[in-house]
Design a protein around this ligand. Structure first.
Ligand SMILES: NC(=O)c1ccc[n+]([C@@H]2O[C@H](COP(=O)([O-])OP(=O)(O)OC[C@H]3O[C@@H](n4cnc5c(N)ncnc54)[C@H](OP(=O)(O)O)[C@@H]3O)[C@@H](O)[C@H]2O)c1
Length: 345
């Protein structure tokens, strides 16, 4: 029996992948769950099943159909270095290889058909903000190209992994008890606070997160000239990111056309109640597959400018769910079984 490996199964994203696999009735025996050295032999509990965490070396001893890489860039680099010995299809959630020319960067609803299984065996899943934002905006860009896109993000703790979630909870508890707290995950205090994105600066102006959104959006939309900028901010929510998006279209646009187009787009759901001033929140979007949009309004200064409010669970559609959908999408191809799990390239 060919197995499904999840590297990073004890982490925030990997554990969601495990839950998705079980929800889809994958035989637990078919799952190979891998974590770092310190967790080897520990037990992971999920939906009534128990699993023993395995070392990364076990990917060589098993017949694998697919490997999900959810353990960060250094682990993805390690697997890539040894990839010639592995025959499985790889779906990589880390950012290291997303810009490689021959490596597809996939959101199935937008560019799922960019994968050619004859030559692509290593597929990347994009940055979480990129996925959530494009899922809503890409259908509109098909009918009216964007002149400019400006994003402000409100990103949850879980975007930085399970340790950051723990830090937010512990620091909030300490704050409420007026106790001192030594924060580790971020440079700034997190409880009842917010700060610009914690990723390092890669230019004088942009953090790595802001640069990823720009480069990955261009690659996914196949639009090198796309003008997209963002200011990314970490806020003290546990799960699900929110994005305020401003889009200036190249041609005149109407709200009716926007609503009509988005109503037919996959993976997204309108949520807005102007009368009661209710729009999607991270708490509402947490643990949901759909990405919510709403508060669509014409800019008061520019006739071709529109504002959008987008909220989605970045551990699901922003990461694990997108990766799982890539796997399901490719598995439907007739050629899948000839390549996944066959001799490596
Ligand atoms: N969090 C998100 O919203 C999000 C969104 C998009 C993409 N991603 C990507 O998904 C990946 C995982 O992120 P995360 O937020 O889920 O991180 P996380 O919660 O910190 O989990 C990291 C996982 O990787 C494992 N790991 C660390 N070093 C390892 C090693 N040397 N060998 C094997 N396993 C190792 C950890 O095992 P231990 O439990 O033993 O430490 C843990 O299971 C990253 O590449 C990230 O960029 C995350």
């Amino acid at each position: 029996m060919k197995k499904i490996a999840i590297i990073g199964a004890s982490g925030a994203t990997g554990f969601e992948l495990l839950k998705l696999a079980l929800k889809e009735h994958i035989d637990p025996q078919q799952l190979l769950l891998i974590a770092s050295e310190k967790s080897i032999g520990k037990t992971l509990y999920c939906d009534g099943h128990t699993f023993e965490l395995q070392p990364i070396s076990s990917i060589h001893d098993n017949h694998l159909e697919v490997i999900f890489l959810a353990a960060g860039s250094s682990v993805s680099k390690f697997v890539k270095a040894h990839y010639k010995d592995i025959s499985a299809l790889v779906i990589d959630l880390a950012s290291t290889f997303r810009q490689e020319i021959d490596t597809p960067l996939i959101i199935p609803e937008i560019n799922g058909d960019d994968v050619d299984l004859k030559k692509h065996r290593w597929i990347c899943s994009p940055n979480c903000v990129t996925t959530l934002t494009l899922l809503v905006l890409a259908p509109l860009f098909k009918i009216n190209a964007p002149k400019k896109v400006l994003l402000s993000t409100y990103q949850a703790a879980s975007g930085a992994g399970y340790k950051a979630m723990e830090e937010l909870k512990n620091e909030t508890n300490a704050f409420l008890k007026d106790e001192k707290y030594h924060h580790i995950a971020f440079n700034d205090p997190y409880a009842f606070n917010l700060f610009t994105h914690n990723s390092p600066f890669v230019t004088d102006d942009d953090t790595d997160e802001e640069m990823k959104i720009r480069l990955e959006s261009k690659k996914i939309l196949k639009n090198e000239d796309l003008k997209i900028s963002s200011t990314c901010v970490r806020v003290p929510t546990l799960r699900a990111h929110a994005i305020s998006a401003y889009v200036e279209f190249s041609e005149p646009m109407t709200k009716d056309v926007i609503y009509e187009t988005l109503a037919n787009a996959p993976g997204i759901k309108q949520f807005e109640d102007f009368g009661r001033n209710l729009f999607a929140t991270p708490q509402m979007a947490a643990c949901k597959d759909e990405v919510y949009y709403g508060r669509i309004r014409k800019d008061s200064l520019d006739d071709q400018g529109f504002w959008f409010w987008i909220v989605g669970d970045q551990l699901l559609k922003g990461a694990s769910l997108n990766a799982w959908q890539i796997y399901k999408h490719l598995r439907r191809h007739e050629t899948f079984h000839s390549y996944a799990g066959s001799t490596g390239s």
